[in-house]
Design a protein around this ligand. Structure first.
Ligand code: FMN
Length: 337
């Protein structure tokens, strides 16, 4: 079902087989972004400790717990990195997450030091003993995973080709600082992710938001939206998605009962309220819209409610209900006058 909104669709087509590898690398960094960062500690067979970050990294299974990262061959000479050699030799590593507090130190640890250089010493991060594996953990990271290598998948032989190190997590170590009862508080974790080149982002503040999960399978979808809603000039495709996530459209009787529960505000009190009202007082805004009693005023209230749904599922449901009630009420009452 096409959305009735213009979509800019002038695209560039690139064949990775003919594009320079450096460009292909850049496209992947930009498009598969932001990426979580694995800070990986390993030990060589002769006991040298190594610490390096890898953002080609993710989790793939919870049972058993499996994570994977990719220490690739160097672009300049196709040589393999120390982390690759160490993990192939010992089959062990510790993977820790990167928080904003340690991002600069982690960047320092990524410098191209000679083999045998201990990046803990270079970066000032603190090694502490692990429980099930030899490589040390990083004290400053609040989330650490002791791992054993289960499989190394070679993805190519040339410069910038990847080696997928698939690892099973043997132990999690989670700092009390990031816990809320039994689960990890994502806001306290304050993770940093890598984007393209030297660009990073931080998962805190306004960058962290919620989208309520669609439950069951009874959503009306875009195809179920009435034309007066779908053709709205004010509502965006995201606004429409929230309306399309409802399982039914309220009847006019329900909408009237909902909207007329409170009296419309007089123009004078409306003036006062307008100046002191918090943005989140959607119901009072609705009563103000009744004073104006135009389709645009009602649509603005519906939009305001739908734009404010980056909250928990219960609040989202209430705001979507308010938007539907407002739109149905406005359409029915104004269409019949
Ligand atoms: C945030 C960040 C993410 C990185 N991600 C990767 C990666 O996914 N794969 C890779 O091979 N190198 C990656 N690098 C570069 C390595 O960390 C760097 O080559 C390091 O020197 C490798 O160290 P080693 O030879 O001691 O293993 C990344 C660097 C930074 C700063």
């Amino acid at each position: 079902m096409a959305v009735d909104k213009p979509i800019e669709n002038s695209m560039r087509e690139i064949d990775p087989k003919t594009a320079p590898i450096k460009d292909v690398f850049g496209y992947l960094l930009a498009g598969v972004s932001p990426r979580p960062i694995a800070l990986v500690s390993t030990i060589s067979s002769d006991g040298c400790v190594n610490l390096s970050p890898f953002s080609f990294f993710n989790a793939f299974s919870a049972n058993p717990p499996i994570v994977a990262f990719s220490p690739s061959r160097r672009l300049r000479d196709s040589s393999v990195k120390d982390t690759y050699t160490n993990i192939m030799d010992t089959k062990e590593c510790v993977i820790q997450v990167v928080t904003y507090d340690i991002a600069q130190q982690v960047n320092l640890a990524s410098a191209d030091f000679d083999s045998g250089v201990n990046e803990f010493e270079k970066s000032g991060l603190t090694p502490i003993d692990s429980v099930t594996v030899k490589p040390p953990r990083v004290l400053e990271s609040p989330f650490q995973m002791e791992c054993k290598l289960t499989q190394m998948v070679t993805l190519g032989e040339g410069g910038a080709s990847g080696n997928l190190a698939i690892c099973e997590v043997l132990r999690f170590h989670l700092s009390d600082k990031i816990m809320n009862d039994g689960s990890v508080d994502l806001k306290k974790l304050d993770l940093v992710a890598r984007m393209g080149g030297a660009t990073y982002c931080r998962s805190s503040g306004a960058a962290v938001f919620e989208i309520a999960k669609p439950t069951g399978g009874s959503q009306i979808g875009f195809a179920g939206l009435p034309e007066f809603v779908r053709k709205s000039k004010l509502l965006t495709a995201s606004n429409l998605s929230l309306l399309a996530g409802a399982s039914q459209i309220p009847s006019f009787a329900e909408a009237r009962e909902f909207v007329e529960r409170d009296k419309p505000l007089s123009a004078a009190s409306g003036y006062i309220v307008r100046n002191y009202l918090r943005d989140s007082d959607h119901r009072t805004w609705l009563q103000l819209a009744r004073t104006e009693n135009t389709m645009t005023a009602y649509e603005q209230i519906a939009k305001r409610a739908l734009d404010d749904t980056e909250c928990d599922s219960q609040q989202t449901e209430e705001l979507v209900t308010l938007a539907w009630m407002t739109l149905v009420y406005a359409h029915e009452t104004l269409a019949s006058t």
